[in-house]
Write a protein that binds this ligand. Sequence first.
Ligand code: SF4
Length: 463
Amino acid sequence: MSGLFGIVSSKDCRQSLFYGTDYHSHLGTKKAGLAVLNRQFTRCIHDISTSQFKSKFIEELPKLKGKKGIGVISDFDSQPIIISCSFGKFAIATSGLLRNKNELARKIMSGGGSFSEMSSGMINATEVIGKLIAKKNNITDGIKYTFSQIIGSMSILILTKEGIYAARDITGKTTLVVGQNEDTFAITSETCAFPNMNLKPVLELQPGEIALVSREGIRRDQSNLKNGKICAFLWIYTGYPASSYEGISVEKVRENCGVNLAKNDRIQADLVTGVPDSGTAHALGYSMASGIPYRRPLVKYTDGYGRSYTPASQGIRNKVAKLKLIPIKSVIEGKKIVVCDDSIVRGTQLKNQAIEKLWKNGAEEIHIRIACPPLMYPCPYLLSTRTKKELAARRMIKKIMGEKNFDIKDFLNEKSSLYKKMVETIKDELGVTSLKYQTIDEMVKAIGLPEEKLCLYCWNGKD
Ligand code: SF4
């Protein structure tokens, strides 16, 4: 994924830009960049796969003087990109997944265009978006044209001399929120960036909306609005607990998920816990509703690793992930334990990092409770890393059905015998006492938005 932050202030903005962007570190582990506009554009980009955003950018701050700027943390390409075109110069950063990138790039090249930001060896999606925008006579028309051309999802920040243009993804998967204090406007993917900067959220853009945010205020263009669907997974896993989307708190939704899981459960357990960090609030909700005490049989050691530490090889990544969670035997031994987690993607991390450690340290029973239904489809909008065959549910379906023909719908209905068989098979593979997933209806209820306003593609495959 990626996270965006922009700021327009009456005073030098570099510190606020730096900390505001850093509050998006949970959304990306590969690249980060900042751009400010003083008399000229100044930009810096770093690889953050082996060290945190802060340590890479702190030394850049003296040169990033300016009253407006944009920042991005990303799992993909280097950005922001600076583009010069017929209507001037701009810096652009994007968040989303451009599925027809190569096709759009080919069209641009066949019209005589070229691409320069090839540091990853591939065409840079943000450069493609910038070049599409530059085809029109101004930023607003350029963004509208771009939204008509892209497949996938894309929220955009563009730094210009008039201010920052913010455009929310036309499919609504990600969001952008504008905040304000006495001398500053800011735009963010994650509202957790606001409270400690004394910024109050004043506007959440609609899907397809474009806003020019400047010292003079906010100028909105709603001529291109669409009925978007926001990513439900933001609340379940990817978003930060202290953020809100559509005015709905992530932490509160996670607690609601835990409450719902507990309401439908009859487990006699000694303690409930969450797989740190993303399972914690789900488990707190479970504890509140069940009366089973919340305890910490596993604690996370982050000092020295940092959130963004991503070693290059998968083998070392697994090892680091395993080293981070430390079991506390005196809390585990002889106990019946409910473990809440946000989701099961492959299942290997849950098994290796939590379940094995609990058994090894003398757990008597382990009951896994998952805050969303089984993941059935890889995300085509935001997360490019998964494939269908990696998903635990799909692997178990293959195990159950072999080469037989089947209708996937039979595995989506939680009342069907095939669904139950699939969950039982995942339970056996994890090696736990019991396993339950939240239903899609309960998850939607926990979020509190109408179903038609939520992207649920991960679970039901419906656009
Ligand atoms: S497919 Fe899943 S992760 Fe992707 S936008 Fe939809 S709900 Fe979110």
